[in-house]
Design a protein around this ligand. Structure first.
Ligand code: LRH
Ligand code: MN
Length: 426
């Protein structure tokens, strides 16, 4: 299914005058405070988030999975669905593939389709947390950390294959997330597991093309429930430093123990020039992979405050990879992703309104009350007219969820694909 600019234009009619009113009001408010509206809108337009290829169908847990009809059952259909997201939001201009869930059958067809929809290939993800059919070695007891050299070599080779696939698509980064760890005390020798992982990552790093990045994703637990080799940001940071200048830490918002101060982690990784990117989602308890901003929107805003400060003050940190990592158990996957994209843009826009100089002065003056006031004034600003402007400037929708429903996307996909198609992924 493809949505035309005309269809979107028509669906915007009902919202145009209300948008214009709110945009004018907000522009006056913000201009009076010295903000450059055009610059703000331009930054939002340029802010593109990669959609995970593994999150376009119905997610589930060990307790069950409830289908969504009309799911994409091929990589082509997944890219088409991202095309729908990008047409409506104008901020989903990239896809992050997971290998082997989404190995292209025909590279030129896939690249043509993606470029026809203005979609780039962001990081490619390796998978050494599941055994593949006919695989010689098993990852049951780990992959890059495994005590068996043969298992480690198989896992290293898989990562090199993933780099090769990404190279053919124009991707420039490899994301490595390891499930490796233990579920019972005594099961693992922590030092051996860590050293094996470090050496294995270095073997992969040696083959990383010069203009590529390696993004090392950490996670405290699941699927192992006693220890995880790459459990936290410090471990990921150490391993990235051991590998070299092209290795960085990847922050998945759901991969933190309750009440962890993630914005502080983001700030220090940027200071050290080792923040590579994000997997955006939200969570109440564990790695819940819920809609971004649905549980802790203020925490997301505080993270973007550190990102805006870091982008302005830490030239030592490279451009960041912005990606979503979600799983949809009860929402239509495309509606869920539209809401996540909106929440990310909203947090970024609010953070751009923070007067960083004024905040710095208040901090140096230990004026704690004023520090909070500066943050919360920005947070309490309804920035949605700016997001809408950024979308319509590029031919997008003023109200993507409403357009998605008005244009009857899900039912059209069901007509095209039938009810029983299954999407690869989580
Ligand atoms: C692990 C993770 C990782 C992906 C997987 C799909 O929890 O966040 O980023 O490989 O989800
Ligand atoms: Mn992730």
């Amino acid at each position: 299914m493809k949505i035309s600019k005309e269809q979107i234009k028509d669906s915007n009619q009902a919202y145009q005058s209300d948008h214009d009113e709110r945009f004018d009001f907000l522009s006056n408010q913000l201009s009076k405070k010295g903000h450059n509206i055009d610059k703000l809108v331009e930054k939002l337009s340029n802010f593109q988030v990669a959609i995970p290829s593994w999150a376009l169908g119905a997610g589930g847990t060990r307790f069950g999975r409830f289908s969504f009809y009309g799911q994409p059952s091929s990589l082509e259909q997944k890219i088409e669905d991202i095309g729908v997201l990008h047409a409506l939001t104008q901020t989903a201009g990239a896809v992050s593939l997971h290998i082997p869930w989404d190995v292209p059958k025909d590279y030129s067809t896939i690249k043509e389709l993606a470029s026809s929809l203005n979609i780039k290939f962001d990081a490619v993800n390796s998978n050494t947390f599941q055994d593949q059919k006919n695989a010689k070695e098993s990852y049951k007891y780990g992959s890059l950390s495994n005590t068996s050299k043969a298992v480690r070599e198989q896992a290293i080779q898989h990562n090199l294959d993933v780099i090769n696939i990404g190279n053919k698509l124009g991707s420039k980064s490899l994301t490595v997330w390891l499930a490796d760890g233990s579920s019972f005390p005594g099961q693992n020798n922590f030092q051996t597991a860590f050293s094996n992982t470090q050496d294995s990552l270095k073997e992969i790093y040696k083959e990383l093309p010069n203009d590529w990045k390696m993004l090392i994703e950490y996670k405290p637990y699941e699927p192992n429930f006693y220890s995880t080799v790459i459990q936290d940001w410090g471990t990921s940071f150490m391993l990235a430093n051991e590998c070299g200048d092209k290795a960085f830490s990847l922050v998945d918002l759901g991969h933190h123990l309750p009440n962890t101060n993630i914005e502080q982690i983001v700030s220090i990784l940027m200071l050290k020039g080792k923040l590579g990117g994000f997997h955006f989602n939200d969570s109440k308890y564990g790695d819940d992979d819920l809609t971004v901003g649905s549980i802790k929107p203020y925490a997301l805003f505080l993270i973007f405050n550190e990102l805006v400060y870091g982008i302005q003050n830490n030239p030592q940190n490279p451009d960041l990879a912005w990606m979503i990592d979600a799983s949809h158990n009860v929402k239509d996957p495309l509606e869920d992703l539209i809401q996540s994209l909106e929440a990310i843009q909203e947090a970024y826009a609010k953070a751009l309104l923070i007067d960083q100089e004024k905040l710095k002065a208040a901090q140096l003056n230990n004026d704690v009350t004023l520090c909070q006031d500066i943050l919360q004034n920005a947070y309490r600003t309804d920035v949605r007219p700016l997001l809408e402007k950024a979308r319509i400037n590029n031919g997008g929708s003023l109200n993507p969820i409403d357009a998605y429903r008005t244009l009857n996307v899900r039912n059209t996909l069901i007509k095209e694909r039938g009810k029983h198609t299954i999407a690869t992924g989580l």
